[in-house]
Ligand binder design. Sequence first.
Ligand code: G4P
Length: 544
Amino acid sequence: VAGAGSPRHHDAGRPQEDALSDDVTREATRRRTFAVISHPDAGKSTLTEALALHAHAIAQAGAVHGKGSRRGVVSDWNEMEQARGISITSAALQFRVQDVVINLLDTPGHADFSEDTYRVLSAVDCAVMLLDAAKGLEPQTLKLFEACRARATPVITVINKWDRPGQEPLALLDEISDRLGIQPTPLNWPVGIAGDFRGVTDVETGGMTEFTRTPGGATIAARESLTAAEAAERHGVDWERATEEFELLAASGQTHDQAEFLAARTTPVLFAAAVQNFGVAELLEAVIELAPPPSAWTDTKQQPRPVEAPFSGFIFKVQTGMDPAHRDRMAFMRVCSGRFERGAVLTQARTGRPFQTKYAQSVFGRERETIDEAYPGDVVGLTNAQALQVGDTLYDSRAVTFPGLPRFAPEHFAVFRPRDTGRAKQFRRGIELLDQEGVVQVLVSDRRGVQAPVLAAVGPMQFEVAAHRLEHEFGAPASQDRLAYGVASRVTPEAAPVVDRERGAEVLERTDGVVVALFADTWRMHAIAGRLPSGSLPPIFAVD
Ligand code: G4P
């Protein structure tokens, strides 16, 4: 019987199951799971702190993310990371606002880029796109936005640093619609130009929310609600200008429509100065009111797995060496359906083997806490997860397999070779594990041989992580030679030998069997494609 769970529970367990599924539905409905996407320096760490502060999750701003002298709890999982002062881990910060449970997934905020960042986006229901008011859209904002678009993830836009001179708000909205092809629908409008931020219009009351900087910095900004008359009196031309511009946008139809937002065709826009905590409460309200709660996940058979179905979860990230003392391996799982209970023995869909969840934790930075139960939208860190791979599904009583994670088109390529030929076996084992973890993609060809695989990455720092781990974890120091390729595509079996003979191109096989063609640059790829039957070089983005 569809939806009845395992036959064992069929009769006697029925009322209990119903109660559990009601409980799960209620818990799922009050959850919001999102990540912030931004170019480095747009203010993601500052905003994260401010959000948590508003939610009283931490006593004092500065305790979540560490930069410079600020005390931080964001992981420094190995020396390399410490030396560079960057955070390579992604984890989840959970906090409550009124009755809503917010899961804020951290995306690595480094100038370089890796597939990890993309993977985190596969585990969220919504994204907050954070822009610097002076800089507008930047390269990484565009890349991350594309990853959201590929999954039709709804995006809320926040224009940050409004306390500093920046671009005109209308110009920023034009940039969003022209370059991203998504309609921006402001939820409020800034009063005072960038650099002289007084507050925002309040659509509900027709008045204004005035911001006042509180002394001490790390406190919640004082917000005062003004009527339209009070706003006009206090802010004169700034208020007039704000209301005129906002009305103009409304007249041209740029107003929020929930269905359009959920379909990822429009993006609500807010203005903020995270460093002064201005606009942060408004963002929290938008996340709570507009961001979708967890909903059914689609399995490999295109069937939806409703949130109230028996437990299922999927692994979106695997991290080794977070605790140097223990060489542990932690898998991050998003709960997709049902209630997760620590200690349950789950089934791993790929292998059919049991998986013991005695060591389940919530992880944010260095803080770890044991998690006893979790609901759809929550993130659970599973230690001792040697058997788990990125893209794996775990389930409890009713079998399900979710589609694996898309692999992204790599743009950087390097040949790795063992420095010490006596360590060839360790080298091969290391490469195999890095591949399984998804640290890099591994490409091989008969011509190059197994001792000289081509590692492919979205960002070059992935090579450094791979080299570091080969040496320190697998005892197989490796040399790396960068290849002069910058673009990859898939290639049909007919076209593969032709492409392989071309100058500035090469064909290899990825370990998952996908045949990949590498080209010096897009110009070269197009030139070669022009001589092949159309459709010979399908794009690589989101292939599996
Ligand atoms: P990131 O995680 O996106 O990389 O950005 P982060 O929060 O670290 O912010 C980058 C810089 O921008 C920081 O300055 C931060 O203080 C500043 N910033 C963030 N939000 C705002 C804002 O609303 N207004 C203004 N004016 N600045 C903002 P920094 O000098 O690099 O670091 P710090 O010494 O202030 O910590």
